[in-house]
Ligand binder design. Structure first.
Ligand code: HEM
Length: 254
C-alpha cells in the first residue's frame, strides 16, 4: 500500500527481500520476489554459477561414461551424478524463499527434488554393492569409497531429520522446538553437499577412472568449486540465526 508520500510502505516486501539478507551482497540479492514463480529461484543471484558448475560436473561424468562401453557398473556414476545434480537444485529452489507461502511451496519442491535425487543415489549404492558382491572385492577402502559411505550416511540422516521436523514436529516436542532444529538442518545441508561434490572429485582417482574413463581431476574440482561459489553467497544469514551488522556477523538473539 502507498503512503501519503506516494512511496510504498513496505519496499522490502515489494522487492522481495523481506527481513533477511544473503551472506554476500545486499538484502534482496537472492530473494524470491512477491508474485514471481518458484522455479525462477534456481536462476537468481549467484545461482547461474552453481548451475554452470553442477551441469559441467554431470556432463564430465556422463560424457566419460557414454564414450566407453556401457557395463553394469556404468549406472553407478550416472545415477550418483544425477542424484547430486537434483539435490543441488533442491537447495537452489529453497534458498531464496522468505514469506510463509513461498517457504511452504519451496519446501514441497525441495522435498520432491530431494526424494528423486536420494532415490537415484540409493539406486547407485545398490548397483555398486551388487557390482562388488562376491569374494575378492574390498569394500569401503579407497578414499572415494570411504567419502561415498560418509556421504550416504549423512544424506540419509539429513533427509530423515528434514522430513520429520517438517511433517512430524511432535517428535521434537512441538512445532517451535522442531523449528529450532531447522538451522542445523541448513548448516549440515551445505556440509553434505560439499561431501557429495568431494566424493565425485575423489572418483576421478579410482582405478577405473585412472585406467578407463580418464576423468580430469582439475575439471571435476573446478566444476565442484563453481557449485559452492554459486551456492554459498545465497545463504540467508537470518535462516542460520545470524545477522550481518557493520560488516560483522553476530548471533541473532531475536
Ligand atoms: C556422490 C556421488 C557418489 C557416491 C556417494 C558414491 C559412492 C560410492 C561408494 C560408497 C563406493 C564403495 C562401495 C563399496 O566399497 O562397497 C563407490 C565405489 C565406486 N565408485 Fe562411486 N560414488 C559416487 C559417484 C561416483 C562417480 C561419479 C564415479 C565415476 C567414476 C564413481 C566411481 C566409482 C568406482 C569406480 C567405484 C569402485 C571402486 C571403489 O570402491 O573404490 N562413483 N562409490
Amino acid at each position: 500500500m502507498a503512503s501519503v508520500t506516494g512511496i510504498p510502505e513496505n519496499i522490502n516486501g515489494l522487492r522481495g527481500s523481506g527481513e533477511d539478507e544473503p551472506l554476500l551482497g545486499r538484502r534482496g540479492d537472492a530473494s524470491q520476489m512477491e508474485g514471481k514463480p518458484l522455479y525462477l529461484n534456481v536462476w537468481i543471484g549467484t545461482a547461474p554459477i552453481a548451475q554452470a558448475g553442477i551441469w559441467i560436473l554431470a556432463a564430465i561424468v556422463w560424457g566419460a561414461i557414454f564414450s566407453h562401453n556401457l557395463i553394469f557398473f556404468s549406472s553407478h556414476p550416472l545415477l550418483n551424478s544425477a542424484g547430486i545434480l537434483l539435490i543441488t537444485q533442491a537447495a537452489l529452489i529453497l534458498q531464496p524463499t522468505h514469506t510463509p507461502s513461498q517457504k511452504r511451496d519451496g519446501t514441497l519442491a525441495h522435498f520432491a527434488l530431494n526424494l528423486v535425487g536420494i532415490s537415484a543415489l540409493l539406486a547407485g549404492l545398490i548397483i555398486i554393492e551388487i557390482n562388488k558382491a562376491g569374494p575378492g572385492h574390498a569394500h569401503f577402502e579407497s578414499p572415494h569409497a570411504i567419502l561415498g559411505l560418509i556421504t550416504y550416511i549423512s544424506i540419509f540422516l539429513q533427509a530423515i531429520v528434514g522430513f520429520t521436523q517438517y511433517w512430524t514436529p511432535s517428535l521434537y516436542g512441538g512445532v517451535d522446538k522442531a523449528k529450532a532444529v531447522w538451522k542445523y538442518h541448513r548448516v549440515s545441508g551445505y556440509m553434505v553437499a560439499t561431501l557429495g561434490l568431494a566424493t565425485i572429485c575423489a572418483a576421478s582417482w579410482t582405478d577405473y577412472s585412472l585406467g578407463v574413463l580418464h576423468i580430469q581431476h582439475w575439471a571435476v574440482i573446478v566444476a565442484s568449486v563453481l557449485v559452492l561459489v554459486g551456492l554459498v553467497p545465497r545463504i540467508k544469514l537470518q535462516k542460520l540465526g545470524l545477522k550481518k551488522e557493520e560488516g560483522r556477523l553476530r548471533l541473532n538473539s531475536e
